[in-house]
Ligand binder design. Structure first.
Ligand code: F6P
Length: 409
């Protein structure tokens, strides 16, 4: 698949995760990959543990991870090599950001990874996760490791004990990242502190604010389009129309829903356009109108019906149909433009610990939803977001759980 954006080849980046087991490396790598894919970059995680599970079987005893056990060391090294080779092959074939997910816990291992990647023409950024907070570690072990195939059908307490033995094996050989000439980011205690060393370039710099705002606190996010507007009924694009009676009924249905949910601390964001503000007004709560949440700007076609565009500007209509993601309305926006301007909204959504309701528009909700559903930018314009439907998302360690509520017929 061709990359979505144009980047020089030198932009190929390898993000090398570093850290003891249960430090959230896979969580962070997957989130980063999701974020980068959402931005339109070809990003992919290569998890060395998955190679081990696939090739050697999932259930290895803790001794397998003993740094003084030569068979275990050789087997793990072979898996690391296989994953690295596949990742570099994928990058040569057009990938942009490879995330190399393993403990990479010794300097020797990191030197080998870095030299191999640089020899293949890729830049390397280490992202180390350090955490000694027993409560966070316990949470991570129970949330992720107990669900892993490594411990399928194993008694949970026994599994935790075995995993802690595995961690102890790695601790014996662990060397924190302090390579003076390398680029690295160290995340301390799940985001409480971030250290950044020798970070240069646009892409690595964009990753930092994202990492700074990740947290593990459970909360819910709701996404919805505004209630039906006068333009929706006429099948008109854009504009700044108010709601129909049905649209206001949807606002009232939202109010009933949230009153039943008992979420007094709900944060409500809307766009600056009438139809989202009128929907939010029905809730009887304060809300924040936000310009980046405005609908895709249809430029010279704002206010036209789809049929008018098709009949009076057939070439534009066909061009948009052929590549809806990249097509930019004359004097307006493309979906890629919308994704870019939503970046601060996404970072704020990640940062929020309170429940959030976003009331916005078709193209904007498609774009935000894609991030939570792990859809790439390519998919965004095709995602189905019907009117009168509230999407409830509960971010989990890996991905999000989703429920759709149709509030009015
Ligand atoms: O039709 C409602 C609407 O919100 C328009 O204002 C907007 O241009 C459109 O949806 C976006 O959807 P699509 O990209 O499929 O035209």
């Amino acid at each position: 698949m061709p990359p979505t954006l144009d980047h020089p080849a030198s932009d190929r980046l390898v993000i090398v995760m570093v850290g003891l087991p249960a430090r959230g490396k896979t969580y962070t790598a997957r989130k980063l990959s999701r974020y980068l894919r959402w931005q339109g970059r070809a990003a992919r995680v290569f998890n060395v543990g998955n190679y081990r599970r696939e090739r050697l079987g999932a259930q290895q005893p803790a001794d397998f991870f003993d740094p003084t056990n030569p068979e275990g060391v050789a087997a793990r090294r072979a898996m690391a090599e296989a994953a690295l080779k596949d990742m570099l092959g994928w990058l040569q074939a057009g990938g942009e950001v490879g995330l190399y997910d393993a403990t990479n816990s010794t300097k020797a291992r990191r030197r080998w990874v870095r030299e191999t990647c640089e020899a293949a023409g890729c830049r390397v950024l280490f992202v180390e996760s350090v955490c000694d907070d027993p409560a966070v570690l316990d949470h991570t072990i129970r949330e992720t490791k107990l669900r892993s195939p490594d411990y399928r059908d194993v008694d949970p307490d026994q599994a935790v004990a075995d995993f802690k033995r595995r961690i102890a094996m790695y601790e014996r050989a662990y060397e924190p990242v302090d390579e003076p000439d390398a680029s690295w980011v160290r995340i301390i205690d799940a985001g409480r502190q971030l250290q950044v060393h020798r970070l240069t370039g646009y892409l690595p710099s964009r990753i930092v604010p994202f990492l700074m705002n990740l947290h593990l606190s459970p909360r819910r996010i709701w996404l919805t389009r505004h209630g039906e507007s006068l333009f929706n009924v006429q099948d008109r694009i854009g504009g700044n129309a108010g709601l129909t009676a049905r649209g206001r009924a949807y606002g009232r249905a939202l109010k009933q829903f949230f009153d039943r949910q008992n979420v007094p601390d709900l944060v409500v964001w809307t766009s600056t356009l009438r139809r989202t503000r009128e929907t939010a007004a029905e809730l009887g709560r304060s809300f924040r109108p936000w310009k980046p949440l405005d609908e895709i700007d249809a430029g010279v076609y704002d206010g036209w019906t789809y049929a008018e565009v098709r009949d009076q500007a057939p070439e534009e209509f066909a061009e948009r149909g052929a590549d809806k993601l990249r097509y930019r309305y004359p004097r307006g926006e493309s979906y890629l433009d919308v994704l870019q301007r939503l970046d601060p909204v996404l970072i704020e959504l990640e940062r929020q610990r309170r429940p959030v309701l976003v009331i916005a528009h078709n193209a904007v909700i498609r774009s935000l939803y894609a991030y939570f559903a792990d859809e790439s930018a390519e998919q965004v314009p095709q995602i189905d977001i019907p009117l009168n439907t509230l999407i409830e998302l509960t971010p989990r360690a890996y991905g999000s759980a989703e429920t759709r509520h149709t509030l009015i017929p």
